[in-house]
Design a binder for this molecule. Sequence first.
Ligand code: NAD
Length: 354
Amino acid sequence: MDAFEYNSNPGRVVFGSGTLKRLPEEVAHLNLSAPLVLSTPHQVLQADLVKELLNNNVAGVFSEATMHTPTHITKKGIQYAKANGADSVISVGGGSTIGLGKAISFRMGIPHICIPTTYAGSEMTPILGETVDGIKKTRSDPRILPGTVIYDADLTMTLPSAMSATSGVNAIAHAVEALYAYNTNPIIDLMAIEGTRALATALPQIIADPSSKPARSLALYGAWLCGTCLGSVGMSIHHKLCHTLGGSFNLPHAETHTAVLPHAISYNANETPEAMIKLAEALPESNGNAIHGLNVLLQKLQVKRGLKDYGMKEEDIDKAAEIAISNSYWNPRELEKEPIRELIRRVWAGEPAR
Ligand code: NAD
């Protein structure tokens, strides 16, 4: 076996169904007396549920979390937190709400309890992406990582099927890029394979029956493992392209990941044979071919495959290719302009990956 390094991210995880009721214990365990509860306007009911569970012993509910963590909202949240004497934050929601929780907790130096309700995986990473005047900047710092994560599958029951599908594929993307990361290791490999297998099994079941608790629970478990992959090793072309496309053309996060993933894998496939074998083994009905396995999964999930369906214009393809190769980063295959342009064109058109 080759030598490797493994850094486990600190953090406590409480996983299950109905685990939200463990929140008061967790708050007491950390000696917190005035947490500020965060959500999007869409999930204010879940934020109110958290407040009730804590017998209203909260600094308040701030429900203005929004996509891409704009710093003007963070500033407003911090003002609210200070004015109400908050000693911690509790984020209940997807990556947008967790991003706000990270931004406030990092700047104020206060604990963060995370209650994720999508499969995006931000709760498991020390990464914070923020938007200032429309430009997204990302930083990584161990102090950004939430200290406690409560996974409660019951809170994911309301995640609409279409979003469950794309959010789950977003999670699989973390695992795929971990399998061929320059700094991957056998422990992360285990999580990537198990996380992919769990999601690839659970997501079609959720599409068939969104009220299936076992499927919801399995998907959330997979999302946790895949989020750990994202937080532990370096990501490559898939994540960089999605960042470029999402940020430059205002495309939705999980849907963009879903459209790009098979094409990004195909771009790197010849340089990553071992990762392709492991991925094929984790994907049902792959017949030993990872790209085929992913195409089958996306078909079952009935997701849109083309970025043109989300408003990207054909003339943006060249601009996207320019931006994509302007930043250098590690990738298993060299970044070549024409093949990358063709990759983006295929994603734009929604052609299946080959
Ligand atoms: P999101 O948090 O933007 O949620 C999308 C919508 O779905 C919101 O209106 C939300 O309130 C709603 N929603 C969430 N859970 C729900 C539920 N269970 N039931 C009903 N509605 C629900 O979407 P996301 O894909 O989770 O997060 C995307 C954001 O997270 C992006 O900005 C992305 O950059 C960021 N992200 C960051 C990291 C990181 O490590 N820093 C990792 C992954 C994603």
